[in-house]
Design a protein around this ligand. Structure first.
Ligand code: NAP
Length: 251
């Protein structure tokens, strides 16, 4: 099966949540996987859980030297880099009048600069191989979300980034696509629930009541879409954003 068999994938923010689910799915589909995360031990622990020769790498996606070193390590270990999943993310939610410059800069640095640095480093190897798949995590928050002026801006920016990569890199056999998840149950959404004095169960129920599929999302829902974009057969699909949100806004 073509798919991602024997392809080399780097998943940022891959130690937990959506990133872990994507890394696990790509490995199960036959890819050689590198899990990159801020915490090297967490990245390695996840790689061990995944098995199949996966490796863990500690790096901050917002630091150019660390990103370059991480990409070089992947290529040194596996001999190539075919699939990049720009997934690392943080929240610094606050209403605009309370949002600090640090809240703004941190979110821009991890999401926007991180995706830029990782994609720039990865494309060198993809262009050489005349093959690549770049999958970037946007969000339904790109459409605007109360308390997330920073995050919504970054996630909307990543859609423009994705379309531009599609334009520039298509001629080299590289596709670039984005996934915009709705509510997905992870440490990130648990922290949000706690911050607003709720529980993840209450949050899940509230979201489920407003969408056609009547359930909360799970990381595997996003991994499934990522696997589609990452596959060899998806080479005619580029510059797209798929909203994986249970039909949010349709009711
Ligand atoms: P998560 O559970 O918090 O996982 C994110 C991972 O990224 C964490 O392991 C985190 O490490 C890591 N990370 C943070 N900053 C990093 C950096 N500078 N360099 C490298 N790694 C870094 O979040 P998630 O819910 O799986 O979200 C994954 C992606 O999907 C994010 O881009 C998020 O914005 C997006 N998304 C999520 C949802 C949702 O409902 N969950 C919805 C839409 C979009 P630490 O834990 O050490 O900080």
């Amino acid at each position: 099966m073509a798919g991602v068999q024997d392809r080399v994938a780097l998943v940022t923010g891959g130690a937990q949540g959506i990133g872990e689910a994507i890394a696990t799915r790509l490995a199960a589909d036959g890819a050689k996987v590198a899990v990159l995360d801020l915490n090297a031990d967490a990245a390695s622990a996840t790689a061990t859980r995944i098995g199949a020769g996966a490796i863990g790498i500690g790096a901050d996606v917002s630091k150019a030297d660390q990103v370059e070193a991480a990409v070089e390590r992947v290529v040194a270990e596996f001999g190539a880099l075919h699939i990049l999943v720009n997934n690392a993310g943080v929240l610094r939610d606050n209403m605009l009048f309370k949002m600090s410059e640090d809240d703004w800069d941190t979110v821009m640095n991890v999401h926007l600069k991180g995706a830029f640095l990782c994609s720039r480093a990865a494309q060198v190897h993809m262009v050489q191989a005349h093959y690549g798949r770049i999958v970037t995590m946007s969000s339904t928050s790109a459409l605007g979300n109360r308390g997330q002026a920073n995050y919504a801006t970054a996630k909307a920016g990543l859609q423009g980034f994705t379309k531009t990569l599609a334009i520039e890199l298509g001629q080299f056999g590289i596709t670039a696509n984005a996934i915009a998840p709705g509510f997905i149950e992870t440490a990130m959404t648990k922290a949000t629930a706690e911050r607003i004095g709720s529980t993840i169960e209450e949050m899940r129920e509230r979201v489920a009541a407003t969408i056609p599929v009547r359930r909360g999302g799970v990381p595997a829902d996003i991994a499934n879409t990522a696997a589609f974009f990452a596959g060899e057969e998806s080479g005619y699909v580029t510059g797209q954003v798929i909203y994986v949100d249970g039909g949010r806004g349709l009711l």
